[in-house]
Every structure is written in C-alpha cells, then in structure tokens.
Design a protein around this ligand. Structure first.
Ligand SMILES: Cc1ncc(C[n+]2csc(CCOP(=O)(O)OP(=O)(O)O)c2C)c(N)n1
Ligand code: SF4
Length: 262
C-alpha cells in the first residue's frame, strides 16, 4: 500500500512550515473534539510549555488525539487518565499534566477518579469534552444526556425520573474541591473564551494552586444525526441553556498569594 506523505495529503491553505508539524486527524466532519484540542494546543503554544507537557487521553473519541501533540502522551480507559496524570505529576512535579476525556469516561465509569482528584486537590489540569453521549460506541445515553434527548439507549427520550437529571460536572467538582481550584465550563461556540479558560487552568497548575477542571460543550453530529445548522442550534440553545457557560470557581487573591510556584 502506498503511504501518503503529510505534504501530499494536505492542499496547503496555511503556511508551509505547518506541514512539518500538522497531520490529518480521524474525527468525523463537524466533530468538536478537534476544536477543543486546537484551543488546548493554542494555550500550550501561548504559554511555551510544550516541552513540559504530559498529555493523557481517555477511551472514547478522545483517544484519537493520542498522537496529536509533540508531547509525551498516554491513553488510558474510562477516566483513569486522571489518576495516571495525577501520579505522574506527584512523581515529577515539574511536568504540566493534562488529562483529556469524554463525559462518559469522566462522569460515569471513571467518576470516582474525578471525585478523588478533586478532593485531593491534585495539581493537574483536566479537560472534559461534554457531547451529551457515548460517542465512540455509537451514541448511547450518557450522564450528561439532556432530558427528553433521543439516543440509541433512550429511543423514547431520556426519562429523568428513572435515570436522573443530566450531571452538572463542574458544579459538582467545585462543591467538593479545595482552595486554589480553578473550574470553568466553556463551549466550542466561543473558542476565544474556551482557550482562555484552558490557559487559566494550566496557569493555575503552573502556580501550584490546586486542581483545574474545564468542561467543554462539544458537538457530535454523527450520533446526533444533525446537519450543520441543527448542530450549532443544539449546542448554543439546548445545551447552553442547561449547562451554564462561564467560570465557576476561581482562586481568591489570598489563595493566589499563598500558591507555591513550581
Ligand atoms: C471498561 C470499559 N467499558 C466500556 C468500554 C466501551 N467504550 C469505549 S468508548 C466508550 C464511550 C466513551 O464515551 P465518552 O467518554 O463520552 O467519549 P466520546 O466518545 O463521547 O468522546 C465506551 C462505553 C470500554 N472501552 N471500557
Ligand atoms: S463519533 Fe462524534 S465525538 Fe466521535 S469523532 Fe465522530 S463526531 Fe466526534
């Protein structure tokens, strides 16, 4: 089989120097993962920290990013990325540990890891992509699935009376986290703001203050079975009216003062 060189694959609409470091990705067209990862890459570049980053992705579509960054990378199963990155950070405090996962992995099977990391105030940055379904396995109901939403496993619409309301992850982490935590919810509909939240989360880790947790509202048009217009409508109206976008917990001036810089 003939293999494609990067320069042959792309029709460069961008500077040729990018060809040395850019590669095709495997996400579906319209997927939000690529946008969130772009924001993360932007924040890493702005902070000039690529050499220090240890990046962990999870099972689910997030794993397709395992070879995205010029950084040390690891992939684990269902939320285990959080304890892996926390362990790496404890063993080697000079790294900048970033754990990246989906809502199924982070809030369902792997939720205990998120809870424990928050309670222990692990000095890592967690980015959780909320696309309101288990995407990689074909669009099953997730803890974040909205009330009445039709998925493969809720064909009549999610019944919150029997399976509970959609989980408000950042609010939960804020409630159980310690001093110095930075917690926010961004959206792929506002990439400047999302990049800022991710950057502030990484800076919080660099200042040694506490855990940083950023949820990103994201798209999955393949499983939602939506066209471009309906996809954005769903993110900006349905999702954003339940999952409030903004900063949820920021370190106080005193906590900032007390922080030990790594
Ligand atoms: C222990 C375990 N149970 C189930 C699976 C099957 N599985 C793989 S990906 C996935 C869904 C992941 O969904 P999410 O975390 O929301 O990420 P997304 O694909 O939506 O980005 C599941 C259930 C698995 N790999 N391991
Ligand atoms: S299935 Fe959904 S989340 Fe996964 S790559 Fe496709 S659009 Fe993205």
């Amino acid at each position: 089989m003939q293999s494609l060189k990067v320069g042959e694959y792309f029709q460069p609409a961008f500077p040729s120097s990018w060809l040395e470091t850019t590669k095709p990705h495997n996400f579906c067209p319209g997927c939000g993962h690529g946008i969130v990862l772009k924001c993360l890459g932007q924040a890493i570049d702005e902070l000039k920290i690529a050499d220090q980053v240890v990046y962990g992705c999870d099972i689910g579509c997030s794993l397709l990013s395992w070879n995205f960054f010029n950084a040390d990378c690891v992939q684990t199963h269902h939320g285990r990325t959080t304890p892996f990155i926390a362990g790496a950070k404890r063993a080697t405090p000079e790294i900048i540990g970033i754990a990246y996962m989906g809502d199924g992995g982070g809030y369902a099977i792997g939720s205990q890891h998120l809870v424990n990391a928050a309670v222990r105030n692990e000095k890592i940055t967690i980015i959780l992509v909320n696309n309101v379904n288990y995407a990689m396995t074909g669009g099953q109901m997730a803890p974040t699935t909205l009330a009445g939403q039709i998925t493969e496993t809720s064909p009549y619409g999610k019944d919150v009376e029997s399976v509970g309301k959609p989980i408000l992850g950042p609010e939960m982490v804020a409630a159980i986290s310690q001093e110095g935590a930075y917690i926010a919810r961004g959206t792929i509909a506002n990439i400047k703001q999302l990049t800022k939240f991710i950057r502030k989360g990484i800076e919080n880790q660099m200042a040694g203050r506490g855990i940083s947790f950023i949820e990103a509202l994201s798209s999955c048009p393949t499983n939602w079975r939506t066209n471009a217009e309906k996809t954005w409508q769903f993110i900006e109206k349905d999702m954003a009216s339940y999952f409030k976008v903004g900063e949820i917990k920021v370190p106080t001036a005193k906590e900032e003062e007390n922080a030990h810089h790594t």
